[in-house]
Design a protein around this ligand. Structure first.
Ligand code: ADP
Ligand code: MG
Length: 606
């Protein structure tokens, strides 16, 4: 048999590559806009006709190309952006495969005009289905204009496959928005069939977000900041009250590149849990900066997936950053004072980084609400010893009003002398609510939920930062367990030991030897049963780790119950502690811990 293998002609190879790069008009928009950004343009214009089916033109004022480069740019694997394979690991530009222009030119009529700053005359090239039709010197402004006409003129199947103008235009606008959001310092225009769709002057991120998401949306956003060695997180997240039923404004950018990440999306959703109703979607524009060698991007030019080397850490840091911003917004002045930056890291993260053994004082007779005399204080038992409690105490205050933009907020509610005296005149209503006066009215605190929040954060901190030493039971508690429960107990044994539970399994019985401090003996069995049954329902999606779940259960079973009485000093401690929490406004099960009745609201009632 004669030889049958042949090399594909260049234009056929280009058409095949085009199938990957150019799926629809929006892909052309993305490639051309990204090239303009890489060329250092600060003004980029996009002109579209018939949803890109007749024309897509991008005009920039970037560096432009020389006569030779202009010709070269249409060759496959022609790129100015990398020279060696190792360059790949430090990629900071949008392109590097050198395929986009070659692919586009393989399936359309392309006209390029370009000029560099040094050259007096520029270049005009016309190329149709990879064939150069003409190349000449012309006079043209500095920068590059590329017009792509009659897309897929030579591949009827693809052309027929395009969706309605409305759908294709939607795709184009999506690409345009993603690029515009990533580069607020660049000014962008978009025209469709000669009418202006977007005119975006250069500005900062918040201005760009407001330009894109609508003029009235300014008050919708809470800023996000978290700087760590692994990742820098910046951006804006939507206030919970604005969460919508449809998934719309959810944007992640990594090193200025739009990406999709169901994994990180999950972290954000998790941070909102308990703050927005089921089925609503939080809006967010989140910008991550990660050292390029720690990510794996752009395996495929049109894909937006990305792989992170430190995926889990980024997840936790993002979750905590979003929670923190939401918390600050809900209770700004109370949380806005000098915080120990350690507080802002997720507990699990701190555990890994902190090797020193935890200092835990355990006093079995300790009542968290008895706070007088020489007994160990609440702080020494439950606060991380590295967090100074006293400076914080003096500044405890309520937020003036709940929905408040942290950028404009900053006022405390208690008059200064009141703060110093730390005396708030707290009234207890049926041992259920605590009422206290604030500047704008009355704060009504749900006592049990507030206490749960305090205990939960205390447990979580202790459980995740270091092992809690359990208290030995005088008589081991025995609980009958099923085969399935036994498996689960084995599976979670090390987590449980971190929490102070030590146990063994004999036949069909669980024998518990030690339990977390403060868990009353009579609650042990019930708590364990709750832990075992939790595996089936609440746990996997909602709570973010097993430790978290156990901390919640412990908080529930050790909190003051409605009806149990305590004295005013104890209530004051509770108020102090609540507002020192990371998320004072919600209980561990996601219910509000307090509300504010304003004077205006009271006026309306009378
Ligand atoms: P890549 O962007 O991956 O390098 P492209 O096919 O998109 O490949 O572009 C090829 C080359 O053409 C680029 O590397 C760049 O040197 C040049 N180029 C493309 N568009 C522009 C532009 N708007 N301004 C200046 N140079 C450009
Ligand atoms: Mg490119």
């Amino acid at each position: 048999m004669s030889d049958v293998i042949r090399l594909l002609p260049e234009h056929v190879a280009n058409q095949i590559a085009a199938g990957e790069v150019v799926q629809r008009p929006a892909s052309v928009v993305k490639e051309l806009m990204e090239n303009s950004i890489d060329a250092g343009a600060d003004t980029i214009k996009l002109l579209v006709k018939d949803a890109g089916k007749s024309l897509i033109q991008v005009i920039d004022n970037g560096v432009g190309m020389s006569h030779t480069d202009a010709r070269m740019s249409f060759e496959r694997h022609a790129t100015s952006k990398i020279r060696t394979a190792t360059d790949l690991y430090g990629i900071r530009t949008n392109g590097f495969r050198g395929e986009a222009l070659a692919s586009i030119a393989a399936v359309a009529h392309v006209e390029m005009r370009t000029r560099t700053g040094e050259d007096e005359l520029g270049t005009k090239i016309i190329i149709q289905g990879s064939e150069i039709v003409s190349q000449e010197h012309i006079s043209t402004p500095k920068g590059t204009s590329i017009a792509v006409k009659n897309l897929f003129f030579n591949i009827p199947a693809r052309r027929n496959f395009l969706k309605s103008d409305k759908v294709e235009m939607r795709h184009i606008i999506n690409e345009f928005q993603r690029v515009a959001l990533a580069y607020p310092e660049i000014s962008f225009h978009l025209y469709h069939n000669d009418s202006e769709i977007y005119h975006l002057p250069s500005g900062n991120r918040k201005q760009r977000i407001v330009q894109i998401s609508g003029k009235k949306s300014e008050e919708k956003w809470i800023p996000l900041h978290e700087h760590t060695a692994i990742v820098n997180i910046e951006g804006f997240i939507g206030k919970p009250a604005f969460a919508k039923k449809i998934r719309g404004e959810q944007f992640f950018f990594v090193n200025k590149r739009f990406i999709k990440s169901p994994y990180l999306h999950h972290a954000v959703k998790n941070a909102y849990s308990g703050l927005i109703p089921e089925g609503r979607q939080p809006a967010y524009f989140i910008y991550l900066e990660i050292p390029p060698e720690k990510i794996d991007i752009n395996i495929h030019p049109s894909k937006t997936e990305i792989k992170f080397e430190e995926e889990k850490e980024i997840y936790s840091l993002l979750l905590s950053a979003v929670k923190h911003s939401l918390g600050q917004y809900q209770a700004t002045p109370a949380l806005d004072f000098d915080r120990d930056p350690n507080l802002d890291l997720p507990y699990d993260y701190m555990k890994k980084k902190q090797a020193s053994p935890p200092k835990i004082h355990v006093d079995r007779n300790f009542n968290p609400f008895k706070h007088k005399g020489p007994e160990p204080s609440w702080e020494t038992l439950y606060q991380d010893t590295s967090i100074p409690a006293s400076p914080v105490q003096n500044e405890t205050s309520f937020p003036e009003d709940i929905p408040q933009d942290p950028e404009v907020a900053g006022n405390t509610i208690f008059p200064e002398n009141e703060i110093q005296a730390r005396h708030y005149n707290i009234i207890s209503l049926q041992n259920k609510y605590l009422l206290t006066r604030i500047k704008s009215g009355i704060a009504v605190i749900h006592r049990r939920r507030a206490h749960e929040r305090i205990l939960y954060e205390g447990f979580l901190r202790k459980l995740t930062q270091g092992e809690v030493r359990g208290q030995k039971l005088l008589f081991p508690v025995k609980i009958p367990v099923s085969q399935k429960e036994k498996h689960l107990l084995e599976h979670i044994q090390s987590d449980m030991e971190n929490c102070g539970f030590s146990y063994e399994m004999k036949d069909d019985e669980l024998i518990v030897h030690t339990t977390p401090p403060l868990l009353p003996v009579e609650e042990v069995e019930q708590t364990l049963i709750a832990i075992l049954s939790g595996e089936n329902d609440e746990l996997p999606g909602d709570s973010f780790s097993y430790t978290d779940y156990i901390a919640k259960l412990l908080a529930f079973s050790t909190s003051l119950h409605t009806g149990q009485s305590a004295d005013e000093q104890e209530y004051q401690n509770l108020v102090d502690e609540l507002f020192r929490c990371k998320e004072p406004h919600i209980s561990p099960s996601g219910k509000p811990t307090y509300t504010i009745l304003t004077v205006e609201q009271i006026d309306k009632l009378l």
